[in-house]
Design a protein. Sequence first.
Length: 102
Amino acid sequence: MAQEERGYSIGSIFFSFVLGGLVGAGIAFVTAPKSGQETRQQIKELAEDVKERAEGYIEQAKSKATSAVEKGKDFLEKEKSIITTAVEAGKEAYEKEKMGKE
């Protein structure tokens, strides 16, 4: 929530994370004083880590979206109830006024 209040969305955070991972992997690949097989293994492990973290962020995003939808539904139900009550009260007042004039 605090990140959203500052103008960051989950998508931009996720994109930044993936971009940072790719840049880091590229730098590691270019500057690594290791054999090709070791470098490939290291990149594979890094890619798996990025994938796991991305899945975690996706789950968080889904959870937040579900929570927001539920809050929205609750809000609408509450407002619907208030409006319905007001309409019913208006109808009753109208009927009482109508009966009083007859």
